[in-house]
Ligand binder design. Structure first.
Ligand code: ZN
Length: 253
C-alpha cells in the first residue's frame, strides 16, 4: 500500500506541492516542509511510522523529518549532509538495502539535482524519485550544486533498474516509468542539440541563448531558464564541444 500526503506548499518549482510518500504502515519518504498541519497529517495517516528516508536536503523535502521523528520515535536515514547528525540514525550509501515490513527498499545514489540526492527502489519495482524525476514537466538543475553530467548519468542508472512505477516528489505517479525516463533523457539531449545549433551561428551569452531557446518566457522565469542553460553549457564544455569566449559561449569547431 502506497499513499501520499500533499504538503500545502504549491509554487512554480513544487507544482501542486511536495508529495510525502507513506509505504505500508511504517515507511515514510520525504516528510517534506516544516509546516505544522502537514506534520499532523503525516502522523495521522501513518501513526506507526518507524523509518524515515530523505531524498535530499532541500527545504521542501527534508525538514519535517525532524518533527515526525521527534513525535513518533522513527529513525531517520538520510544522505550525508542532510539534517543534523544528532537526529540521523544512519547515513545512506549507494546500494544500501533497508528492511521494511514485508518488503526491501534499496537506496540509489542519484546526484545531479543536488550532489547528495538519493532515490529509493522497492523490490516490487516502485521507484521514489524526489526531485530527480517529477511527475510532470522537468526538474531544475542549477549550478554549481546541480551538475548536468551527473544528472544524465543518474537518469540512465535509474532507467537500467527498469522500475515499474515512479513516485515523484512533485506531480502525479507515472505508471509509464521507463518511457517517462526516456522522455527525460530525450528532453535534455534535445536541449543540447538546440544550444549547439544556436552557437553554430556564432558566440552567444547565456541570456542571448535563453532569448532564442525560450522566446516566450515570462520575466520571472528567465533567470531559472538561464541557470538550466548554464548547466547544459558546462556539460558541453566538459566534453570539449563548447568553450567560454569572454562572457559568451563558442562552439568548438
Ligand atoms: Zn530539490
Amino acid at each position: 500500500m502506497i499513499r501520499s500526503v500533499l504538503a500545502p506548499n504549491p509554487a512554480p518549482f513544487t507544482l501542486d506541492g511536495t508529495r510525502s510518500w507513506l509505504v505500508g504502515e511504517t515507511l515514510m519518504i520525504d516528510p517534506g516542509p516544516a509546516i505544522d498541519t502537514h506534520v499532523e497529517a503525516l502522523l495521522e495517516t501513518q501513526p506507526r511510522v518507524a523509518t524515515i528516508l530523505v531524498t535530499h536536503r532541500h527545504a521542501d523535502h527534508a525538514p519535517a523529518a525532524a518533527f515526525v521523528a521527534a513525535r513518533s520515535g522513527a529513525r531517520i536515514l538520510a544522505p550525508e549532509g542532510v539534517l543534523d547528525d544528532a537526529i540521523v540514525a544512519e547515513r545512506l550509501t549507494d546500494g544500501a538495502t533497508i528492511e521494511c515490513e514485508g518488503f526491501v527498499i534499496t537506496a540509489v545514489a542519484t546526484p545531479g539535482h543536488t550532489a547528495e540526492h538519493f532515490c529509493f527502489l522497492t523490490d516490487g519495482g516502485d521507484l521514489f524519485t524526489g526531485d530527480t524525476i517529477l511527475g510532470e514537466g522537468t526538474t531544475a538543475i542549477f549550478p554549481p550544486d546541480g551538475v548536468m553530467a551527473d544528472y544524465m548519468a543518474s537518469l540512465r542508472k535509474l532507467r537500467a533498474l527498469q522500475p515499474r512505477a515512479i513516485y515523484p516528489g512533485h506531480g502525479p505517479v507515472r505508471s509509464d516509468a521507463v518511457a517517462w525516463i526516456d522522455y527525460y533523457i530525450a528532453h535534455r539531449e534535445e536541449r543540447e542539440r538546440q544550444i549547439l545549433e544556436e552557437l553554430a551561428e556564432g558566440p552567444l551569452g547565456v541570456a542571448e541563448l535563453r532569448a532564442r531557446i525560450y522566446p516566450e518566457l515570462q520575466a520571472g522565469l528567465r533567470s531559472a531558464a538561464e541557470m538550466q542553460l548554464l548547466a547544459h553549457a558546462r556539460h558541453l564544455a566538459d566534453r570539449g564541444l563548447v568553450v567560454p569566449n569572454g562572457a559568451r559561449l563558442s562552439l568548438v569547431r
